[in-house]
Design a protein around this ligand. Structure first.
Ligand SMILES: Cc1cc2nc3c(=O)[nH]c(=O)nc-3n(C[C@H](O)[C@H](O)[C@H](O)COP(=O)(O)OP(=O)(O)OC[C@H]3O[C@@H](n4cnc5c(N)ncnc54)[C@H](O)[C@@H]3O)c2cc1C
Length: 264
């Protein structure tokens, strides 16, 4: 159980940012993760009055406010139509609908959890993070930035007509993933992301050709094996993850090439 001394509904991002500079104060997302901890919080900073709960889109991008919930991502008609529906797929195994109605995009992306389905998928897309002070940075750069006291305002996903596929393996339906794998293709570029390795998701981009032969698929798998380090934890061994990675990369590439779905 965590304890809050004072609860503040921020009236502006500047106020929220100023309050967040104290180590005792904490920004609240959906509190699904925070409530698992034992922290004594000085001021709990609520962003819910700052109009950050909208998903907007124009011709080029989706703009997703930090206070949107994972359920908002899952049911948004525009997002469902893009990227073969992998955004919906990335959240559907996270606990349950009630949970996803609470957990936020801000809490999910800012936390950069190693087990994240959502970050695995967002990294395979052309995704940017808008930080209140830090401005707009690519998600892949943000993944490597040290954690600071900035505020995530929104994420931006470019509509570049890339094709994408996502699979993950869990011991049981709503457990954390043993391995998560997203692949996307735009033009000659293939993006492979492995998440829950069990470390934070990592992206490898390769320029090959739009349609791949067996030799090129093997080349992708070899490069990924070489560059992305897999490890062991109580959910699965490094060796098991390596077998899964091989199968999942192939399966995702095949799905993209065939434009279809794998039922198994
Ligand atoms: C039991 C459980 C199971 C889970 N299973 C999975 C899973 O299988 N797959 C998966 O991908 N994820 C999983 N998650 C993670 C979940 O999906 C969310 O990512 C997580 O709950 C954080 O979102 P939140 O809104 O609850 O954040 P909070 O708990 O409110 O906040 C988390 C952290 O982010 C900070 N924060 C929140 N919003 C912002 C912001 N806008 N700017 C800056 N900092 C901010 C907070 O200060 C805090 O440090 C699980 C979480 C739990 C608790």
């Amino acid at each position: 159980m965590f304890t809050i001394d004072q609860y503040v509904i921020a009236e502006s991002l500047e106020e929220a940012y100023e309050l967040n500079q104290s180590r005792r104060n904490v920004i609240l997302g959906g509190i699904m993760w925070l409530k698992m901890g034992k922290k004594r919080i000085g001021k709990a900073i609520d962003l819910s009055a700052l109009d950050l709960h909208k998903i907007e889109e124009d011709e080029d991008c989706f703009y997703i406010g930090a206070m949107c919930t994972l359920r908002d991502l899952e049911v948004h008609p525009g997002l469902k139509k893009y990227f073969n529906g992998i955004i919906e797929k990335s959240v559907e195994s996270i606990v349950g609908v009630q949970f996803r109605n609470g957990a936020t995009v801000g809490g999910t992306v800012f936390s950069r959890f190693g087990f994240s389905d959502v970050l695995t998928v967002l990294l395979a897309l052309d995704t940017y993070v808008e930080l209140y002070k830090g401005g707009i940075v690519s998600l892949s750069d943000f993944m490597d930035m040290p954690r600071d006291n900035d505020i995530l305002v929104k994420i931006i996903i470019k509509k570049d007509n890339r094709k994408a596929a996502y699979v993950n393996q869990r011991k049981s339906a709503t457990d954390l993933p043993i391995l998560a794998c997203a692949v996307s293709n735009v033009g000659n570029t293939w993006n492979i992301v492995l998440g829950s390795r069990p470390a934070k998701a990592q992206l490898i981009s390769l320029r090959l050709s739009e349609s791949l032969n067996e030799e090129q698929i093997n080349e992708i798998i070899n490069v990924v094996e070489d560059k992305i380090v897999l490890g062991s934890n109580d959910r699965g061994s490094k060796e098991y993850r390596s077998i899964l990675a091989d199968v999942f990369i192939r399966r995702n590439i095949e799905e993209i090439l065939l434009g279809g779905n794998h039922e198994d």
